[in-house]
Design a binder for this molecule. Structure first.
Ligand SMILES: Cc1cc2nc3c(=O)[nH]c(=O)nc-3n(C[C@H](O)[C@H](O)[C@H](O)COP(=O)(O)OP(=O)(O)OC[C@H]3O[C@@H](n4cnc5c(N)ncnc54)[C@H](O)[C@@H]3O)c2cc1C
Length: 426
C-alpha cells in the first residue's frame, strides 16, 4: 500500500470524510470503488481504497454526421460541452454541474432539466473492466451488464470508455420565466407547461414558497440578437469565485438566506430572455468549492422522486420543524426503462440542502416516513444517512437484481464503497 498516496476524501457535502488510498491502477488484489470528481454528495464514491478515473480524460472519436462522440470515462462533461457547443452540438442530458465525469454520469444514470430522459438513454455503448473480465456493452452486446452498470454506482466494474449520442444544440437558451407565490400554483404551472419546453426547472424559496419556474429551449442561431450571434462561436471564460477555505459553521444563516432569496426572486423577471448555456444549466459552477460555505460539519442533500402529495407533505414537515433548506430545486422526471437499479422514475423530484446537525437528521427521518408512504425513491447519489431498513424497503427489488449481477461479475466483492457496506450488506 505504501506505493499509493493516502489522503482525506469526502463526498461533495463534506459528510462523511475518510482517509483513503488513491489507486492509480486497477488492482483487484484489494477492494476499492472507482471515483472520479467526487461530486456525489455522500459515501457512494468513498472507500478505504479508491481508483482515480480522472486520468482517463481523452477524446477518442467524434462523428457529427452520425451524431456520436467517443470518450474516455474520466473526461468531464464541461470539457465535452466546450468542444461541442461552439459547433452547434450538445449532450442531451446534463445535471446541475458540468464538473462531473462521463463514468459518474453513467453510474448514477444522472438526470437533468431535459424532458428527453436520463443520461443512460443516450449511451450507445461502453467498455467495462469487472473482476470477472473485460466486456463491451450495449443494448445488443452484454445487455444485462449494460443496464446493470448504468445506475450501478461503480459496484460492477470500471467503465473505461463510452460512445455517447450528441444532439443539435446551441450556446444560448431561450428562457421563459414564470414567478409564483404559492407551492400549489407552482406545481400546477409546472404540470401545465413542462411539456411545451425541452428544459424545465423550478427554484423555490422554502421560507416563503415563492418560486421561479424556468423553462427553456435551445435558441435558434437565426433568431438571436446580433451581439449574441457575434459571440456564438467564442467562449468567454467566466470569472469564477473561489471559496478558499471552510467557512465557520455559522456563516450561512436563515436571515442571510431570506435576504438572498428575496433579492434573487426580484432579480428574475417574468417572460422571455436569452441566457448563456452554462448560466442556465450550471449556475453553481461559477462559485468554486461552494460546498465549503456550510462549514466543516458539512451538509446533506435530500432528494426524492415520486407523488405530488409527497412534495406537499414534506413542505408541511419543514414548516413544523422551522428548518428551512437553503437550496430547493423541483423538476419532473420520466421513468427510465430496462435499468437494473435507477432512481429515475415518473414523478416530481425535489432536492433540498441542509447543514448536518441532530435536528436536521431527526427531520430527515420524518421525510423518510413520507417517502415510504408514497412509494417514492431517494437519490443515492445524494445520500449519506438513510437507514438500511428504509433503503431496502424502497429499493428492495432493484437491490436484489443488482446483487444478482454482483454475484456474477464480482462474486468476491472487490468493488465496494462505504455506501455499499452501510446499506447493501444484510
Ligand atoms: C452542484 C451539483 C449539482 C448536481 N446536479 C445533479 C442533477 O441535476 N442530476 C443528477 O442526476 N445528479 C446531480 N448531481 C450529482 C452528480 O451528477 C452525480 O453524483 C455524479 O455521478 C457525479 O459524478 P462524478 O464524476 O463526480 O463521480 P463520483 O462522485 O466520483 O462517483 C459517482 C459514482 O460513479 C461511480 N463511478 C465514477 N466513475 C466511474 C467509472 N469510470 N466506472 C464506474 N463507476 C464510476 C462511482 O463509483 C460512484 O458510485 C449534482 C452534483 C452537484 C455537486
Amino acid at each position: 500500500m505504501d506505493t499509493y498516496l493516502k489522503t482525506n476524501i469526502c463526498g461533495w457535502g463534506n459528510y462523511p470524510c475518510i482517509e483513503s488510498y488513491i489507486l492509480n491502477e486497477i488492482d483487484f488484489s484489494k477492494s476499492f470503488i472507482p471515483r472520479a470528481y467526487g461530486k456525489s454528495y455522500g459515501d457512494e464514491a468513498i472507500y478505504e481504497n479508491v481508483y482515480d478515473t480522472t486520468l482517463l480524460d481523452f477524446f477518442i472519436n467524434i462523428d457529427f454526421e452520425k451524431e456520436f462522440i467517443e470518450v474516455q470515462s474520466g473526461i468531464t462533461l464541461d470539457k465535452i460541452l466546450r468542444f461541442l457547443l461552439p459547433k452547434g452540438y450538445a449532450l442531451p442530458i446534463v445535471p446541475g454541474t458540468a464538473l462531473i465525469s462521463v463514468g459518474g454520469a453513467i453510474s448514477n444514470d444522472i438526470h437533468g432539466k431535459s424532458s428527453r430522459g436520463s443520461f443512460g438513454d443516450f449511451v450507445e455503448s461502453f467498455d467495462i473492466i469487472t473482476p470477472s473480465g473485460e466486456y463491451k456493452c450495449s443494448k445488443h452486446e452484454n445487455p444485462e451488464l449494460f443496464y446493470g452498470a448504468m445506475g450501478g454506482m461503480g459496484l460492477l466494474g470500471i467503465i473505461t470508455k463510452a460512445k455517447l449520442h450528441i444532439v443539435k444544440g446551441s450556446k444560448y437558451i431561450k428562457q421563459h420565466i414564470i414567478k409564483t407565490n404559492k407551492l400549489s400554483n407552482t406545481m400546477e404551472l409546472l404540470k401545465k407547461y413542462d411539456k411545451d419546453f425541452e428544459f424545465s426547472v423550478v427554484w423555490i424559496d422554502a421560507f416563503t414558497e415563492k418560486s421561479v419556474l424556468m423553462f427553456g429551449d435551445y435558441a435558434n442561431y437565426e433568431t438571436l440578437p446580433l451581439d449574441l450571434k457575434l459571440s456564438f462561436r467564442a467562449f468567454n471564460e467566466k470569472n469564477t469565485i473561489n471559496i478558499p477555505m471552510f467557512a465557520p459553521n455559522f456563516i450561512i444563516n436563515d436571515m442571510d438566506m431570506k435576504a438572498y432569496n428575496m433579492r434573487y426572486f426580484h432579480k428574475m423577471k417574468d417572460g422571455d430572455s436569452y441566457v448563456d448555456y452554462f448560466e442556465y444549466f450550471f449556475p453553481l459552477d461559477s462559485v468554486k468549492n461552494w460546498n465549503r460555505l456550510y462549514g466543516k460539519r458539512g451538509f446533506l442533500q435530500y432528494q426524492f422522486v415520486g407523488k405530488e402529495e409527497a412534495v406537499y407533505e414534506i413542505f408541511d414537515i419543514i414548516k413544523s420543524y422551522k428548518i428551512y433548506p437553503y437550496l430547493v430545486v423541483l423538476k419532473r422526471l420520466k421513468s427510465a426503462k430496462d435499468r437494473v437499479f435507477s432512481f429515475v422514475k415518473e414523478g416530481f423530484t425535489l432536492a433540498m440542502d441542509f447543514p448536518v446537525n441532530d435536528r436536521v437528521l431527526n427531520m430527515l427521518n420524518k421525510f423518510d416516513e413520507i417517502i415510504q408512504k408514497y412509494n417514492c425513491l431517494i437519490y443515492m447519489a445524494k445520500d449519506a444517512r438513510v437507514s438500511k431498513d428504509v433503503f431496502w424497503n424502497i429499493y428492495k427489488e432493484q437491490i436484489n437484481n443488482l446483487m444478482f449481477l454482483k454475484a456474477k461479475y464480482d462474486k468476491e466483492f472487490k468493488l465496494k464503497s462505504n455506501m455499499f457496506e452501510r446499506l447493501f450488506m444484510r
